[in-house]
Design a protein around this ligand. Structure first.
Ligand code: GUN
Length: 287
């Protein structure tokens, strides 16, 4: 079998076009959507992510502001800036790029963001809404993965879904979203005793561990849909996922490439959350 490619770049493009259209409507009503991005410190990887987010906003007709704060910024100063943005009516979404320097507690920072502007979906209010099946912002990566599964025509009801990784940003919310779609969900992690025994049962396999090519073709059920959230550098410095693409694509029915799979979807879903935040605000103004 040779897997079909789940083209995240193409799907993200169509999602961005839809967001741009919705942004245009809001702008025409005098309520152009706005995203505030905060970067603390000078991690080069984070700087690239942030630059891309700002560029995506521009192209979709979403205004964005970027605060670049020094690595020595006090936590109190960052919290004060977030409170200002919480009160700023022109700002619909607030994103503080992670990781943060050691003097700043990320949990306190995330909890200071107004849940109505939590477009990353990291606030406990958003996590609680997801856990209880209430409306709220979903974290962008797992939200994008759900769209990719829809694109592949995956039948999730009753399917065996295995998520490898248990982070708050990807693994845990991913498992909850799959559960909400009526899949039978297993979460594997670094202490899982026999990882391959679990992954071989998966109709849907989501790899989010952060280890280059650790999921190999022999660990995949024939015909499975394989979603690779990983973004690693191999020993030659080449970008690769958590899945060994060559061996996995001989076994799977669908597979996401790295790059061009989950990455562009994560970026697109931030725009979706931001436009939804703006539309909700507009609706509550109009009500
Ligand atoms: N750092 C790596 N990924 C993310 C993300 O999705 N959101 C934020 N805020 N920081 C990140």
């Amino acid at each position: 079998m040779s897997a079909k490619i789940l083209d995240g770049a193409a799907l993200a493009k169509s999602i961005r076009a839809d967001v741009a259209q919705r942004a245009g409507k809001l702008a025409a009503a005098g309520r152009a959507p706005g995203l505030a991005v905060i970067l603390v410190g000078d991690d080069p990887g984070s700087a690239i992510y942030v630059r891309n987010k700002v560029k995506d906003c521009e192209e979709a007709g979403i205004r964005s502001t970027l605060d670049r704060l020094s690595a020595s910024t006090e936590q109190s100063a960052l919290l004060a800036r977030i409170r200002e943005l919480n009160d700023d009516d022109a700002i619909d979404g607030i994103l503080v790029q992670l990781p943060l320097p050691p003097q700043i507690d990320p949990f306190t920072v995330i909890e200071t963001i107004s849940p109505a502007k939590d477009v990353d979906g990291f606030h406990v209010a958003s996590a609680g809404a997801l856990m209880t099946g209430q409306p709220g912002f979903r974290p962008c990566t797992p939200y994008g993965v759900m769209r990719l599964l829809g694109q592949a025509g995956a039948e999730l009801r009753g399917a065996e879904a295995v998520v490898v990784g248990r982070s708050n940003i990807v693994g845990k919310p991913q498992a909850l979203l799959l559960l909400q779609a009526d899949a039978t969900v297993t979460i594997c992690h670094s202490r899982t005793r026999d990882l391959a025994a679990h992954t071989r049962r998966a109709d849907i396999l989501v790899a989010a561990v952060g280890r280059a090519r650790m999921i190999t073709g022999d660990m995949i059920k024939p015909g499975a849909i394989v979603i690779d959230v990983g973004m690693n550098r191999d020993e030659n410095g080449k970008l690769c996922g958590d899945v060994d693409f060559d061996s996995a694509s001989r076994v799977a029915s669908w597979i996401t490439p790295v790059p061009g799979g989950v990455g562009p979807m994560t970026r697109a879903m931030l725009l979706v959350n931001t436009i939804e935040a703006a539309e909700r605000k507009q609706e509550s103004h109009d009500a």
